[in-house]
Design a protein around this ligand. Structure first.
Ligand code: ATP
Ligand code: MG
Length: 473
């Protein structure tokens, strides 16, 4: 929509007013003049235009419009199947199944071809008729025949035929321009409809009178949430994060850990219950206040196409280089940055590309520099290399002070340092307590712990310290 639909609307807004003005002024002036020469021949000269205009509504019947909508939809399906196919190339290459991956694309192309044929078949006869009526030979023919009749009947001087032959041709131009403009208009209208649909999705409402939080204790009270109607991902969560403590969330893949922590920066509002910061429901907080209080390290890190220093200083744009370097050191990424061709001025994505673990360390540095009282960290399984792990521990340990920390942990080391552990399963809290308490209880957490130990043993035995963790139910 951003690409195709916006460009479909563009010519109509940017060019149409000028083109239409030019297309109408010249013929209207000619027409007025021709009327003063001979009104009967002027009317005859307009016959081809009238014919063409009469045919235009045939292009707008419901059947024709439906064909055009199908054509647009088929074009959209090609675009998305291309994107899917390209994104999946690596997977297809490794695991085979090229045939099957191609099939979706081929089906989309086949659909497109047949809907294109349907549309063209419906339109081509009418379009040819319109073009014929407006073509110069036809217009000349009509003017000559009409003129000949008038001249021979003695109602008109032969010389008066000349302006009609010269200017008559120009009268058809605006109709032809309208025909093209009409296609554009239809396409633009359909595109504008789709853009409006997106624009109509309501933004999360900001409070009219924001309330200031008192302190930075975070409470989740009976929080329920689902991405889709009828499927709850979080089913009644009650958790309190005390300032000065680290709370670790563990649980099987898909249990709702990332969803849970994304409620804190208010990416979604819970469908039931509330998330409170310093006693205030997030829905009553000013957005800027919220982001000045909560910083985030995501599971899949996105870096900006900007210098390393700017990436780290995102939340604190006027931070000095000293501060940036200190944060980078704490996040264990400083040495790596110095290896880059232009150090902290290296532009990411242009001069250098970071690995997943390096990118996550940059985003940890970003959070450390932001130094907000609440820190949420979604530890990425895939990038759990020893250096990133050290960076995570730094982030959690550094200014423990009275910072409120929530971390989604996949690694034993991270969990062991936590004050409280919350075990999530199927969107509900099944165990909570200190790591020692939970180990003694010999339940879910103890099983998680055992599986981590086994994995680490295995990793040590094979010399692979990056073996990904499989949390089994
Ligand atoms: N954007 C989304 N739209 C729809 N469903 C989603 C979305 N994100 C997650 N889900 C679903 O919500 C459930 C919980 O996902 P979530 O990402 O919170 O799990 P997780 O515990 O973080 O897993 P992991 O350990 O693999 O990161 C899953 O069933 C997932 O399919
Ligand atoms: Mg997750």
């Amino acid at each position: 929509m951003v690409g195709e639909d916006v460009s479909a609307v563009h010519p109509f807004i940017a060019h149409a007013p000028g083109e239409l003005t030019a297309a109408f002024v010249v013929p209207l002036v000619s027409l007025a003049y021709l009327f003063t020469v001979d009104w009967r021949l002027t009317l005859i000269t307009l016959v081809p235009v009238a014919l063409a205009v009469a045919m235009v509504p045939l292009m707008m019947t419901p059947a024709r419009l439906r064909e055009q909508e199908e054509f647009d939809a088929a074009m959209g399906r090609i675009a998305s199947s291309v994107v899917e196919f390209v994104q999946g190339i690596a997977v297809v290459k490794v695991f085979g199944g090229g045939e099957r991956a191609h099939r979706a694309f081929r089906t989309a192309v086949g659909d497109f071809v047949s809907s294109f044929y349907r549309m063209v078949r419906g339109l081509s006869g009418i379009a040819a008729g319109v073009q014929l009526a407006l073509s110069p030979p036809f217009v000349l023919l009509v003017v000559l025949i009409g003129g000949a009749v008038l001249v021979t009947s003695g109602g008109m001087a032969p010389a008066d035929l000349l302006p009609f032959l010269l200017l008559g041709l120009g009268l058809t131009a605006p109709v032809a321009a309208l025909g093209h403009g009409f296609d554009d208009l239809q396409a633009a209208r359909r595109a504008a409809g789709r853009i409006a649909e997106v624009a109509a999705v309501p933004a999360l409402p900001e409070p009219a009178r924001p309330v200031a939080p008192r302190g930075h204790r975070v409470e989740l009270r009976d929080v329920r949430f689902g991405y889709d109607e009828g499927h709850e991902v979080l089913r009644g969560i009650d958790v309190v994060l005390e300032p000065g403590t680290v709370t670790a969330v563990v649980g099987p893949s898909g249990s709702g850990k990332s969803t849970l922590v994304q409620l804190l920066p208010r990416f979604f509002d819970p469908t039931h219950g509330s998330v409170r910061l310093g006693g205030v429901d997030l829905r009553e907080l000013d957005g800027r206040q919220l982001y000045a209080t909560v910083s985030f390290v995501f599971q899949d890190v996105r870096l900006l196409r900007a210098s390393v220093a700017d990436n780290i200083a995102l939340a604190v744009p006027d931070a000095g280089l000293d501060d940036v370097v200190r944060a980078a050191r704490q996040a264990n990424i400083h040495d790596r940055i110095l290896e880059l061709p232009r150090g902290y001025d290296t532009v990411l994505g242009a001069d250098a590309t970071f690995s997943g673990g390096e990118a996550q360390r940059i985003s940890i540095a970003r959070a450390l520099l932001a130094d907000t009282p609440v820190l949420v960290l979604d530890e990425a399984t895939a990038f759990a290399d020893p250096q990133t792990e050290r960076a995570v521990r730094h982030a959690l340990a550094t200014p423990a002070g009275d910072r409120t920390v929530l971390v989604i942990a996949h690694r034993l080391e991270t969990v062991a340092d936590a004050d409280t552990v919350v075990v999530l399963e199927d969107g509900a809290v099944v165990e909570r307590g200190s790591p020692a308490e939970l180990l003694a209880r010999d339940g879910r957490f103890a099983a998680f712990w055992q599986s981590c130990l086994k994995r680490d043993d295995h990793a040590n035995a094979t010399g692979d310290s990056n073996a990904p963790l499989q949390v089994s139910r």
